[in-house]
Design a protein around this ligand. Sequence first.
Ligand SMILES: Nc1ncnc2c1ncn2[C@@H]1O[C@H](COP(=O)(O)OP(=O)(O)O)[C@@H](O)[C@H]1O
Ligand SMILES: [Mg+2]
Length: 323
Amino acid sequence: MQINTDIELLKEFEKGLDPEHPEKSKIPARILGYGEISTIFEIDSPATRNLACKRMPIFQSREEIEHYARIYNDYNNILQKEIGINVPDFGFVWFAAADGKIVAFDLQRKLPAESIGNRAIHLLDKENIRALFLCVLRELMKVWSFNKAEPERALGIDGQISNWSIMDFNAENPHINSATKLLYIDTSTPLMKKNAAEQLDPELFLRSAPSFLRWLIRWLFLEGVMTRYYDARLVTIDLIANFYKEQRPELVPLLIDAANVFYRTEGGKLNLAPFTEKEISAYYREDKTIWIVFLALRRLDRWLHKYILRKPYVYILPGKIRR
Ligand SMILES: Nc1ncnc2c1ncn2[C@@H]1O[C@H](COP(=O)(O)OP(=O)(O)O)[C@@H](O)[C@H]1O
Ligand SMILES: [Mg+2]
């Protein structure tokens, strides 16, 4: 279902926004979560309560944003209607803010905090976490099958545990089994192909990075980050390695075992080589460095804007992230 909201209110919100301290904005906002490249919050007003708003101040022209709006819609619809992965009700709005800057908001129905995978794994026991992990692998299989059948229209997906919400999750009595349904929430990075050509402009990721270092980031990281989400083996490694970041490293061996069993049986047609703990931890070390460096550079850029360039800094940066 499409979500509509009061665009005037979002304009007011944008006008009074304090990106460095979003909770102190004229219309206050509560942060729901941090991703690696954005901040998701709930704006405190009757029209926007129960919505998860993802603010994106990265677009530079009308063409750019209209293209993004199209692929964001397509991505949600293909996942839901063609691939069979549930997504929350969603919407998209954009406008030119007072200074001419274009601002977009991805909107989603807000889901219960404890139903989001990275919270749920702190409420579930080992057997239920294994079951949850298998549910995620099954959802991902739907994408790999679609991509195999229609490589020209392949979708990329980020399987990390924080990108899934457990439907009808009961935090008091949490149980997961093979009938448990999941929702995929991380649809604001619509990696997808049309006629075999990537539709999402990788440069968008770089907009929030300091301009003086974009060439370096482009050269070091971008290619890898853009292609890993189409690769079943890498997405699985990323999902397992994510448990280190989410402070449950002791689960990694169990997940490796579950993945190896899964790809020998249900997922056998992918012919993936078995996973080892060594490669998962090596991958995590590298990935962690990428994101730590990226965030540190953005903080530096914010500092430069404030004290040296004396220009407004429009991005909301996460606070300290435990890894
Ligand atoms: N619809 C939602 N309801 C509740 N929380 C959400 C919702 N969407 C995102 N979040 C929170 O924000 C975090 C990051 O959101 P996500 O869409 O994965 O963004 P990113 O692309 O930056 O990773 C999620 O892990 C979750 O904690
Ligand atoms: Mg995410």
